[in-house]
Design a protein around this ligand. Structure first.
Ligand SMILES: [Fe+2]
Ligand SMILES: [Fe+2]
Length: 255
């Protein structure tokens, strides 16, 4: 894990125990706030069977895979790495950003859903072919299209798992921006607030920039903040959310 949460958040992130989802336990945990987390572990067979149950419980998942000519295969190794690394970091950053926001904005965001969604946001990558996920070069047009359905896939996998509408919307739109030029396009029935989407989105981007990728090195705190500042100037990120990330990074991220 790269990032630490503000001290008062640390305790809340401790996992408490297993919960049941579709009669399967061990895979998802709840913390002391009642938020849901994926469990990072190495019981591959169990993880596969839980994801398979999620697939079976929503026919949209299979339809989506068919439409994009993706052969169903469950990559639990990637899921474990994402869970203990990127998704955990994204959750810590999202909570850190939330903690330094003004009360006025805090009141517009459901903290529990934000926490839950940031820990689950890239679940859909479990179904993205690993040769695309781990390609050590820029994705071509077709590969990019496939990669971009991971947020919709995550939403569809979780839709039948008794999560709140807000958690589901945040998972679905974590690649959306303030100009609404991200993906997927907002549906007519979208009820998520721009604030929640903005926080999960900035936390996701900052976390990714601070990690090494097969095609680039890990960026420094200043480099990552500068890249995101460009998005503020392009109208994709709210200045208030960026300022909160800046404050959080200064306080809790080590360059
Ligand atoms: Fe994502
Ligand atoms: Fe992500």
């Amino acid at each position: 894990m790269l990032f630490t949460s503000p001290k008062k958040e640390n305790k809340e992130i401790n996992l408490k125990g297993a919960v049941q989802i579709n009669h399967s336990s061990f895979f998802v945990f709840k913390d002391t706030d009642g938020c849901t987390y994926l469990k990072s572990g190495n019981d591959e067979k169990l993880h596969k069977s839980v994801v398979q149950k999620m697939i079976n419980s929503n026919p949209h998942v299979t339809r989506l895979l068919k439409r994009f000519h993706i052969k169903p295969s469950i990559d639990t190794k990637t899921l474990n790495e994402l869970t203990s690394g990127h998704m955990n970091d994204t959750c810590n950053i999202a909570m850190g950003v939330y903690s330094v926001l003004s009360n006025d904005i805090k009141n517009k965001v459901d903290k529990g859903s934000l926490k839950e969604a940031s820990m689950l946001h890239d679940l859909g990558k479990v179904l993205i072919p690993s040769k695309i996920l781990n390609k050590p070069a820029k994705l071509n047009f077709k590969e990019r299209k496939i990669m971009n359905i991971h947020s919709t896939l995550g939403y569809e996998l979780l839709k039948t798992q008794n999560l709140s509408e807000e958690t589901l919307a945040l998972v679905r739109y974590h690649h959306q921006n303030l100009k609404h030029t991200g993906y997927p396009a907002l549906s007519a029935d979208n009820t998520s607030s721009d604030y929640g989407v903005q926080i999960i989105s900035i936390a996701d981007k900052y976390s990714a920039l601070r990690e090494a990728r097969v095609y680039r090195r890990r960026l420094s705190r200043t480099e990552a903040l500068l890249i995101l500042y460009r998005e503020v100037r392009e109208g994709k990120i709210m200045p208030a959310i960026y300022n909160a990330l800046f404050k959080y990074a200064e306080l809790y991220d080590v360059d």
